[in-house]
Ligand binder design. Sequence first.
Ligand SMILES: [Zn+2]
Length: 465
Amino acid sequence: MENRKKNFSEWYNEIVETAELSDKRYHVKGMNVWRPYGLKIMQGIDGIIRRLVDSRDFDEVSFPVPVTKDQLMVEFEHVKGFEGELYWITRGGHENLDVELALRPTSEAAMYPMFSLWIRSHADLPMKLYQIVSVYRHETKHTRSFIRIREIHFFEAHTAHATYEDAEKQMVQYKEIWERLADELCLPYITNRRPDWDKFPGARYTLAFDTLLPSSRSLQIGTIHQYGTNFSENYDIKYADDDGEHHFVSQTTFGMSERLLAAVIGVHGDDKGLILPPGIAPVQVIIVPIPSESEDTIGYSRKIGDDLLKMGFRVRVDDRDNYTPGYKYNDWEMRGVPVRVEIGVREVGSGNVTVALRSKKGKKVMSRGDFVSGVTGLLGEVKASMKESADKLFLSLLTDSSSLDDMKKAIGATAAYWCGSKECADHIEAEADLDPLGFVNGTEDVGKCIVCGTDGKKSVFSKSY
Ligand SMILES: [Zn+2]
């Protein structure tokens, strides 16, 4: 494999291909095919997201893909933000359509006309819906698997509330959901308040969760948006309060995509391939029997596999005939399986197993009983060591700058005080080739702007995807 630290881009493309995650050779350029292993990992991520939002009273919906031009045009800022990326359907059969349809770039224009029908009174609020669907954006920049693509695997939550304060509380809940998801995926991140010119089109403000990849670039892997009444005033989404008075609802959204998978690949992988967090690994434990004439290593392996299956673990016994054990070890290592078990004559004879953890060096011998009852602990050990290395990488890529010179020398992201003006951001971009990710959210850390010297706040700058 390519060297992940030296040639991240090549390494990334190679692992996406070798681990059979997705195939970019599909005949519609920029729209990739999910292969079984990649899809399973993504479904694992989606599963965690579903659990997190379902348990917080969100309901799942599924809206049609096309939206009419009229509905798209309702919120001016919104349509302006997406107009360069829309795909249009103009014909149906042999006829030109009376009303042009666009493939949703996101689902405000699909959902909000229905919200205005569904929401009548205070009793209908809060309304908390989400869907996990494909959205379409005609990316003009160079596409890259899971990072920049034209058919996006998209999670979007949309909520409506009686007041702005209630919507603010929702923003707090999003952050808590995000924290749990990031913990499951062992991903370090910074929460940044995007500058006004870079917020979601139509939002009052946008908070973004950014992680850092070994390429020294930041990757936005989740965003939450406070809409206030910007959309409800345009889509006429109103509720009657107890006195029969009508008010526009306040709204929020939460968006994530397969960039989460890109982050998992990039942050955790190594020169042998993927390293998957146990919570999303399609195979958590792989058991490799070393065939033998004298002992039934395959039968012994299957018994252990059955025990683990009954306990609810995702486990497989690799008894393929045509491959050597060494090949199998490398293959499963490349696929990022957290725990590998080797079963040879010695293991069967002594009632033991030999265990290797993907995220750590070395092997250990355990009794079969200790292993079976200790799998949860071993997966926990993998998770803990993954977090430790991810944090180490993250900190090595995030420095502090107290001058423009520091910023020019920075590898990766760098934090500095910034007044928030476009002029100063442009100056930093021109001098140090770094984009503003925005004020670090919630920080009280204030100081003089690194460019103009007026009052500023702690902010993060980096090259970004
Ligand atoms: Zn400034």
